[in-house]
Design a protein around this ligand. Structure first.
Ligand SMILES: [Zn+2]
Length: 157
């Protein structure tokens, strides 16, 4: 709030971000959102593996916690969009799926694309008002967006 009790313009949000807990990309994730004009304008849920964290059978409580956070974000802030940022060389993907996908970038792209689209389908079913954006971040912070037909488009920093 500003002096005099005025609410800062643009203090509302309409986006919920889901990202991985990996410390290496904390700043890059914030930088990306800031670059999209979203600094201080998004709710943020963090799960190891991002999309995979929601989907994994190994920790079903994570998926439940995610759904409950989406629900609350809709009630509190009327969010209309979920942004999902998976990332390359993700330790959670390695641990939860038992394979080091970083060794094969094409295969890594495919597994993230598969999991993120699976999550997108679930979210659109459970929360039909939400738009879903799927992004894959490299360790240098460059983000690839899954577009129509499953192709990735690189977005510079
Ligand atoms: Zn990760």
């Amino acid at each position: 709030m500003l002096p005099g009790g005025a609410v800062r313009a643009g203090s509302e949000t309409d986006i919920l971000l889901l990202s991985c807990m990996d410390f290496r990309l904390a700043n890059e994730t914030e930088d990306y959102m800031t670059g999209q004009g979203l600094r201080d304008k998004y709710d943020h849920v963090i799960l190891a593996g991002a999309s995979l964290g929601v989907l994994t059978d190994k920790y079903p409580a994570w998926g439940q916690a995610f759904r409950e956070h989406v629900d609350i974000a809709i009630k509190l802030h009327q969010i209309h969009k979920l942004v999902v940022i998976d990332h390359r060389d993700c330790g959670a993907y390695k641990v939860l799926l038992g394979e080091d996908f970083a060794k094969d970038p094409a295969k890594e792209t495919t597994i993230h694309e598969t999991k993120m689209k699976e999550l997108s389908a679930i979210v659109k079913k459970d929360f039909p008002t939400l738009e879903v954006e799927l992004l894959l971040m490299d360790l240098d912070g460059v983000v690839e967006k899954i577009g129509a037909g499953g192709h990735f488009t690189r977005i510079g920093r």
